[in-house]
Design a protein. Structure first.
Length: 305
């Protein structure tokens, strides 16, 4: 006897009944699909749903910070299934999360540009989820490029940002979040981050002057550590015409809108020597590493430290 069991042969159904059953099934499938589309949740988000979306965002962000591939589309499908929310509503919340993270100097997912309409409930969710992930903040503040780059990091210059009103005047709850995570103070205390930023600007200034045919001035660009140097700047550089330029460098792994801090000496130089003082703001250190320049009295998200 053969060890394989034969599949029993199915008897064909009468043609008329089979055709009727096939036709009858199609409207029912269309009806179920239509009902599914009409039963998406609407209205206010629950705390549980906000925690789901925020927690999932941080799962993707942890992968991005570790240099691992991220598939936002698959995460989006899972969130639609679990929360019952449409994809557009979920993306809005993900972009809100990006805005909240920009306020506190944490890198964001590149697929979700900040959307500056922050509700207190979403800020609460960001606070809860981020507080339970101290390792994520540590990873954000120590991007791999700080340890792998053998040459000064290459800078790409862009214009100063135009801030959204919600960035310039955060809500009281957003102010609490900023104070809790203190992005300006955290970046200021990160010596490894600051040294990488200064080295990048030093190389940029030397290259700029050489491109202008002033190799003699490029050779004189240096860190401001010599006796007699004015307090309140990091780098002594020059214009192509030979005038001095005193540069302070502020570096963050966060986005372009991350708040920054000035020391008392830097603030004094900003006020008393606006003719030669320049502020170079480096951001997105773990990503594209861009920067913009400010000169007094240009406004910026700057505070004293």
């Amino acid at each position: 006897m053969s060890p394989f069991r034969k599949r029993p042969r199915r008897r064909p159904a009468p043609p008329s009944s089979s055709g009727q059953a096939l036709v009858a099934r199609r409207p029912r499938l269309r009806h179920r699909r239509a009902v599914s589309e009409e039963t998406h949740k609407t209205g206010d988000w629950s705390e549980a749903d906000l925690d789901l979306v925020t927690g999932d965002y941080f799962v993707m962000l942890a992968k991005q910070l570790a240099g691992q591939p991220v598939d936002p589309a698959s995460h989006q499908r899972a969130l639609r299934f679990v929360t019952g929310r449409p994809g557009g509503a979920i993306e809005f919340r993900q972009r809100n999360i990006s805005a909240a993270l920009t306020l506190i100097g944490i890198p964001i997912l590149k697929d979700f540009a900040p959307r500056w309409k922050l509700h207190d409930q979403l800020i609460d969710a960001v606070d809860r989820q981020l507080s339970s992930r101290p390792g994520l903040i540590a990873a954000a503040m120590r991007p791999p490029v700080l340890f792998t780059a053998r040459e000064p990091l290459h800078l790409v210059e862009g214009p100063p940002p135009v801030f959204d009103p919600d960035q310039l005047q955060p809500s009281p709850r957003a102010e609490q979040l900023i104070a809790r995570f203190d992005p300006a103070g955290r970046d200021h205390a990160n010596t490894l981050l600051a040294e990488a930023g200064r080295a990048a600007v030093l190389a940029f200034e030397q290259r700029r002057l050489r491109d202008h045919g002033r190799a003699d001035l490029a050779d004189q660009v240096r860190l401001a550590r010599a006796p007699g140097d004015m307090l309140g700047h990091d780098i002594l550089s020059f214009k192509p015409t030979g005038e001095e330029r005193l540069i302070v460098v502020k570096t963050t792994p966060g986005g372009v809108g991350t708040p920054m801090a000035l020391t008392d000496d830097e603030d004094a130089l900003w006020t008393t020597r606006p003719d030669i003082f320049r502020l170079y703001r480096l951001y997105d250190l773990g990503g594209d590493l861009r920067f913009y320049k400010l000169r007094p009295p240009q406004a910026a998200q700057v505070e004293a430290v």
